[in-house]
Design a protein around this ligand. Structure first.
Ligand SMILES: NC(=O)c1ccc[n+]([C@@H]2O[C@H](COP(=O)([O-])OP(=O)(O)OC[C@H]3O[C@@H](n4cnc5c(N)ncnc54)[C@H](OP(=O)(O)O)[C@@H]3O)[C@@H](O)[C@H]2O)c1
Length: 249
């Protein structure tokens, strides 16, 4: 038999933001590593596309807007016992600091921080997590290692995530539950497709990476597989940086 400490065979994993980008790649790669997936997103067509890419049987898809408490509560009730949870749902806003409003703050904090925090708490409270379960939050290097123009709102949600990861890791350790974050630099996903930065800025930005390219969603997925697997059994409260060397310079 092949030795593989990174296998996800026998593990049931719930992923938010699985209808696109990083969440989709994690779902697909985790299924290739043997996991049973519960995938979630708002857009049923895109979520269905991810579903069709999953390897193996027994997977489920759950449509829910994480900002909608009722939809989220109903989804949690339907979930089976879990060995892993990946918080990949997120949005980005580009807004110079002087234009920040309470509404904008609440909108981005709700999706990137408040909803996944409350969702995590409910999963723990309802005893939906198996012993040795693993939480993986998709954070960002902009949460603690660097900043960029117009992204103070986004960065602060990710800084909040990284603070939560440390606190959760301490509080849940006695249950054997691990909590970690992955902090990517720029990854080629639809997140940046909506004019957040121009294609010219994209090319300039890429040159700032020592490895001269952005990351691929699959490369984030491989890190998530490590954190979801028993290979990382002694890793908790950590912030794994994946940035092609960007923050070295
Ligand atoms: N791309 C990057 O360069 C990069 C870098 C660092 C960190 N990240 C982080 O990685 C995560 C995933 O980003 P991505 O690049 O994969 O973005 P993406 O392709 O735009 O995907 C975002 C996902 O979040 C879901 N989502 C957004 N709002 C939601 C809500 N209210 N309720 C439920 N789901 C919601 C979307 O669902 P629907 O499609 O169904 O609406 C989609 O599945 C985010 O947290 C992002 O901050 C991304």
């Amino acid at each position: 038999m092949n030795h593989n400490p990174f296998t996800l065979a026998g593990k049931t994993i719930f992923i938010t933001g699985a209808s696109s980008g990083i969440g989709r790649a994690i779902a697909v790669e985790a299924s290739r590593m043997g996991a049973t997936l519960l995938i979630s997103g708002r857009n049923s067509e895109r979520l269905g596309e991810t579903f069709s890419l999953l390897r193996g049987d027994g997977h489920e898809q759950h449509i829910a807007d994480l900002n909608d408490e009722q939809q989220t509560t109903e989804m949690i009730t339907r979930l089976p016992s879990l060995d892993g949870v990946v918080h990949a749902a997120g949005i980005i806003t580009s807004l110079p600091f002087q234009f920040i409003t309470r509404e904008k703050l609440e909108e981005i904090f709700s999706v990137n921080f408040i909803s996944p925090t409350l969702l995590s708490k409910e999963l723990v409270k309802q005893k939906k997590l198996n012993k040795n379960a693993s939480f993986v939050w998709i954070s960002s290097i902009s949460g603690f290692l660097c900043g960029s123009p117009g992204h103070s709102l986004y960065s602060s949600t990710k800084a909040a995530v990284n603070g939560m990861v440390k606190g959760m890791a301490i509080d849940l350790a006695r249950k054997g539950i691990r909590v970690n974050s992955i902090n990517p630099g720029q990854i080629a996903t639809p997140l940046f497709d909506e004019g957040v930065i121009s294609s010219e800025q994209m090319q300039q930005e890429m040159q700032k990476y020592p490895l001269k390219r952005f990351g691929k969603p699959e490369e984030v997925a491989y890190a998530a597989i490590y954190l979801l697997s028993d290979a990382s059994a002694w890793t908790t409260g950590s912030h794994l940086v994946l940035d092609g060397g960007f923050t070295l310079l």
